[in-house]
Every structure is written in C-alpha cells, then in structure tokens.
Design a protein around this ligand. Structure first.
Ligand SMILES: Cc1cc2nc3c(=O)[nH]c(=O)nc-3n(C[C@H](O)[C@H](O)[C@H](O)COP(=O)(O)OP(=O)(O)OC[C@H]3O[C@@H](n4cnc5c(N)ncnc54)[C@H](O)[C@@H]3O)c2cc1C
Length: 290
C-alpha cells in the first residue's frame, strides 16, 4: 500500500472518505458493504476513526486492514492518545505497522462521558503534537502523519491565531498534512490556510466535507464539535426540516456548491465525512471530482 505522502507527489488533488468503526457485529457487516460501494468510486484513501463517540478502538485496525487488503485502497488509521499510556500507544503503533498500514492521523481525542476526569500524567501524552513527535521518535519515517485542523478554532481554543500556532507545533513535530474539521463557510477555510501559510506551514490542508442529510442531527453534531451552523445553512435547512427528501437534495446541492468553490479556490482535494453511508457522498463526489 502507498504512503499518502507518495500519493501527493503524483496528484495535485486527492479525494478521500472517512468512516467509523460500528458498535455492533451487524453494523460491521453493513460497513463492509458500504466500503465495497465506496471502493468503486476509487478514492485516493479511506480513513477510519479511533474511539470517536465511544466506538471500539480495536475495530479501527480491522476496518483499515479490510480497506487495504480486500480493496487495494490506501488506508489511514486514526489514533488518539487520550486515556493511553505511552507504552500502549507504542503497542498500537506496532500493530498498525505489522498490518502494513503506513498512514496515521495523530490526534489527542476527547474524554469519553464515562471518564470525564482523566488527566494526563508523566506516562501519557498531552497533545497531538506530542503524539506526532512520539511517532517520529519511535518509528522514523515509516508513517505518513496527518493531523486535525480547525478553520474556526478548536472548541477549547476559539482564538484562531493561537489555535493556528498549535497546528504549527504539530507540523514542526513531524506531521505531513492536515485534514480539517467540517465547516460551512468556505471563507473560514481560506482564511485558515492563509493564517497557516503566514506561520510558514506549507503542507496540504485538506478540507473536511460534511454532507447534510438531517437538520436536527446537524445541530447536535455541530454543538459537539464546535462547528458554526451559519445563517446560510439555517436559512436553507430550517424550513425543510420536516421534509426528508427536500433536505437530502438541498444537502447535495449545498455540498456540490461548497466543494466546487473550494477546489476552484485552490483546495488540494476533499475529505468526506461519510457517516458510514455511501449516499449522498457518492452523488456529491461524482459531481465534483476533477
Ligand atoms: C479530521 C478529524 C478527525 C478526527 N478523528 C477523531 C477520531 O478518530 N477519534 C476521536 O476521538 N476524535 C477525533 N477527532 C476529534 C478530535 O479528537 C477532537 O477535536 C479533540 O478535541 C482535539 O484533537 P486534536 O488532535 O486536534 O488535539 P490537539 O491538537 O492536541 O488540541 C487539543 C486542544 O488543546 C489545544 N492545544 C494543542 N496543542 C497544545 C499545546 N501544545 N499546548 C496547549 N494547548 C494545546 C488546542 O488548541 C485544542 O484546544 C477528529 C477531528 C478531526 C478534525
């Protein structure tokens, strides 16, 4: 399988999908079906989250291994350092390497509801930049490292300049590229890229795209991750909230407009938060891929 860094040398723009490990065996079987459908779209890579929303951490590697071994598509394994000791992180990275996964999205992660008071000590890593440095220290250049970026600032760090400084720390610690949090105002993305360029960050910053399929779920999701539900989004989707079909179509139309404008403005590709479903990402993807 390829390192994503090597894919970048051949492609100016990349198109990728993000999945999460389901909690049940039936969910896992459904996901395998979704992966087969997404694979037919020939994405450049597919990523799988780690422990997000309380999902199983062990299953991440199974999903990524399946993507690579059964479909020949490059996988990107998310890894969070929260709740792990350094030794455990080293063990997970050894397992990632032994499965021939060459790409890791290095994250701090969030504390789960069941464990809100956990504090990192001497034997833990505090922030994503420390995880990047840890990976480089123990594994050299074996992995391409991605990190998370926040065009609107992070929930706990709304000062966008400060948050950009933290992003630079991740790059300085060895990260190769950035995938952003979802956002709905492209200007936030373009301003973010400029902020980072001014700090000397010249790495790819791939925008994360969230297809809207349900307005109340969107509000819930954004309140958790801190993304702003813009007035444009409210104006489009609020009046449609009791009409599932109209919401779906408006979500596709909005995402297609958003993606086209991002690509025209110079974004180096798109990363779709698929929510483990083929549709409507497939429709958006087919309409915008260059
Ligand atoms: C593309 C993407 C994928 C994601 N995948 C997952 C996943 O698989 N599993 C999951 O649980 N979550 C995932 N998340 C969510 C993510 O874990 C949370 O947003 C988390 O709160 C921050 O993680 P981070 O790696 O950005 O943390 P960090 O970069 O460590 O930042 C965490 C907070 O600390 C601040 N900070 C950063 N560095 C420092 C420093 N050196 N000193 C002081 N403050 C600092 C930041 O501003 C921020 O407020 C993902 C997010 C994105 C955008």
């Amino acid at each position: 399988m390829a390192k994503i860094k090597e894919i970048f040398q051949q492609k100016r723009k990349t198109y990728s999908f993000e999945l999460f490990p389901p909690k049940t065996e039936q969910g896992f079987q459904n996901l395998l079906h979704t992966i087969a459908e997404l694979a037919m779209l020939k994405p450049d890579f597919i990523s799988c989250t780690y422990g997000a929303g309380g999902g199983s951490r062990e299953k991440t590697l199974d999903v990524v291994t399946h993507i690579q071994d059964q479909h020949g598509i490059t996988g990107l394994a998310h890894l969070t350092c929260v709740l792990h000791t350094k030794e455990e992180i080293k063990n997970v990275l050894d397992a990632i390497q032994s499965r021939r996964i060459e790409n890791v999205l290095a994250l701090r992660g969030d504390l789960p509801k069941e464990n809100p008071d956990w504090k990192p000590g001497e034997n833990n890593l505090h922030y994503s930049n420390e995880l990047c440095a840890f990976i480089r220290q123990h594994f050299g250049d074996i992995f391409t490292i991605a990190v998370a970026g926040f065009p609107e600032g992070h929930l706990l760090c709304p000062d966008r300049d400060q948050d950009a400084q933290y992003l630079k720390k991740k790059i300085d610690a060895g990260a190769d590229f950035v995938i952003t949090q979802l956002f709905f105002d492209n200007q936030d993305y373009f301003n973010y890229v400029q902020r980072l360029r001014r700090l000397g960050v010249n790495n790819r910053i791939i925008p994360g795209i969230f297809p809207i399929t349900n307005y109340s779920n969107l509000l819930k999701f954004c309140s958790l991750c801190g993304a702003n539900v813009t007035s444009e989004i409210r104006q489009i989707f609020e009046p449609l909230q009791n009409d599932a079909e109209a919401t779906l179509q408006a979500g596709i139309d909005f995402a297609v407009r958003q993606c086209r404008a991002l690509l025209q403005g110079g974004a180096p590709g798109l990363h779709f938060y698929c929510m483990n479903k083929t549709s409507p990402t497939d429709k958006i993807f087919k309409a915008v891929r260059i």
